[in-house]
Write a protein that binds this ligand. Sequence first.
Ligand SMILES: [Zn+2]
Length: 271
Amino acid sequence: MRRAAASVLLAVLLVPGCTCASDSVNRGDLNLVSLDDEWSLGRDLAAEVDAQVRPLPDPVVQGYVDRLGEALVAQTEMADRDWTFTVLDDPAVNAFALPGGHVYVHAGLIAAAGGPDELASVVAHEVAHGVARHSTERMVKAQGVSWVAGLVLGDNPGLVRQVAAGLVGRGALARFSRSDEAEADRLGLDYLAAAGYDPDGQAAMFETLVALRARRPLRFERWFQSHPLGEDRVEAAEAAAEALPSPPPRPDEDAAFEDVQRRVRPFVSSR
Ligand SMILES: [Zn+2]
């Protein structure tokens, strides 16, 4: 119950329901929240979130996702900032990013991915939402800059928790706009390829998600609500990947991923 509430909170908090978006990566001038403030807000929110979620108790899985995440972050313009990647003991096929470099990957996503490139494509997409600062952009547009400033500055010490409670009470799930998704896909694909993963993994992951969703719709609910996935995204991913080189086969990477997937499955299949 507590975890379900937290998921609702997160999905709403991250996407307060505005359809505005920019076409390029935000670089501070397009976003009224400074990067330092965004990272500070991220620390506060992550502390609140971490109190409500359960990490997967397997250091091998966590270590694998840490390395994968760091390899992707190293390709971004925010590589010099602190990022955290947390694997959650949660069978839902989902991943999300808080502002300020905090990415959460549900065990169900690792179990569902068709290989390391597919998993990395989703993590790259979430990293891209963070780099493009879609969450704070939407918070500012939906709530106003002074409200977000109050949240960042901690003028009202209970505001983060209060915001959390209010959003849980509202209980509605909003979604990223199509242009946010397109931007996160485009940036994510660049990070994916630059980090040495196969860019075809993005379209392949979309196909995996669509196919699996037909069988286990509930496990995919949150992902599809916050990340609308239409034919346009699949086709864009296929077309964009054609322009990027595919790496040679990497049997060690495949073996590491298979080991991780084996470790994750008991947590997912028992529920
Ligand atoms: Zn997204």
